[in-house]
Structure formats: C-alpha cells, structure tokens
Design a binder for this molecule. Sequence first.
Ligand SMILES: [Zn+2]
Ligand SMILES: [Zn+2]
Length: 254
Amino acid sequence: MRLKVLGAYGASDAEHNLTGYLLDDWLAVDAGTLTSKLSFAQQARIQGVFITHPHADHIRDLPHLIHNRFSQQAGTLTVFASKEVMDLLAKNVFNGIVWPDFSEIISPLTNKPALQYRALTPGKRIVFNDVGLTAVNVDHQIPAAGVIVEMGGQTIVFTGDTGPTQEIWKRTNKMQNVVAIVTEASFPNDQQSLADETAHLSPQTFGEELKKITVDAPVYASHRKIPYERDIESQIRNLRDRRARVLLEKNYTL
Ligand SMILES: [Zn+2]
Ligand SMILES: [Zn+2]
C-alpha cells in the first residue's frame, strides 16, 4: 500500500503540518491536513476518512473537505469514527453553528448528500471497499480511538494521540502482515510530566510502548511538537530499537 503523510506534527507552521494520512489515495486517517495539501481532483478521490478524535489538530480540514465535496461531482464521502467520537463531532462541530451538517443537505450536483457518517463500535471489524477497519479505543484526554486497517493483504495501525495504552497493541500483535504502526511522541523526555498530564507519549514512554508490540514492523513516531522536534528525533534514535522511526512528511511505499 501507499501511505502519503500529509501532516506528521502536533502543531503547524509554514513547514510543518497537522496530522493527516492518505492510504492508496482514497482512504484518509485524520484530517488535520487534507485540503491544504491536496488538489480538488485529489480530494474528490477520497472515499472515506477515519477520525481518531475531535481535537482541532485532527479535524481542521474536515469541514473544508466536506464543503469542497458538496460542490463536486464526486461519490458520497463516508466519515468514520468510534461512536463516542462521532457523537462529539455531531454535538460540537457539525452542529449548525460551527459548520452545517452536510449529511442533511442534498447536493444540487449529485442529488445526494455529500457525506454520510458511519459510527463504529470499538473492537468490531467492518469492511469498506474490501478494506477491513477496526476502531480500537486508546488512552487520551478525551474519547479517542485508533484504527487497524487491513488493505490488500497488508495491515497498518494508527493509534492517533495516545498516552500509554494496551488494547490496540494486543490486537496489533494478533494481526497478519503488519507493515507499519503509526503512533506518537509529542514531547521530549524532559517534559514527561506534561506528556503524562495531557495523555501523550514522549520518546521514553514510546520506548515502553514498543516493548508491548511483538510484531516486527516499523513503529513511527508522529505528532511531534515543533519546538522540540530535533530533541524528540534524537531521543527516538537513542532507544536503539531498529523498529523505532520518526514519521516524515513524504510518501511511503509499504
Ligand atoms: Zn493531536
Ligand atoms: Zn489530541
């Protein structure tokens, strides 16, 4: 599969982008960065977006993607999230105040709504366009779920934002042909207390999470906070585990 990393940071400036990933050009995970890095034609090819949690850095481009799709001749966009996360999105974002609920509005171009919501039960695998999707709850400040994606005989795992966690690793360890795991390391080791308080990982706790993972696949640290990116990168290298990598904003072939 192809993984296009549109954003690999937990903050943004002219050279760093908020969390957003695209698999094989049609399935997105998180929407911090989608519209700002994709042409209208590329946006029209997205068929599904999985949202890990409602923090602004993971949904920034979602209202704009939906709005763009409303004005395009494209198929219905399916927005996936765990039930709890979907309820928070409906209540706090697509509430007719921050943004309209486009699932209720018929597009004049297609005579259908531009999007539909699909709330997932954590731990229950569903199939979408021949791709298996399993939402798995993680441990963040608010309801949050990562996703296990089975696509074309390969498995990739995204935790989204999380502190130390268990369930997603237990499930990952049972999966076949895991080609990559994308998790996070937001703060450097000298800010461990801030990482703990905000339910994020540092390189140190990223290293502890690695011990829970038994599959031999690269484990990428995403969501670095910009001022500390160099420190975090060198601390990830110092873990001396060949699976530990820093996620870069580039295209990966897995
Ligand atoms: Zn975040
Ligand atoms: Zn978050």
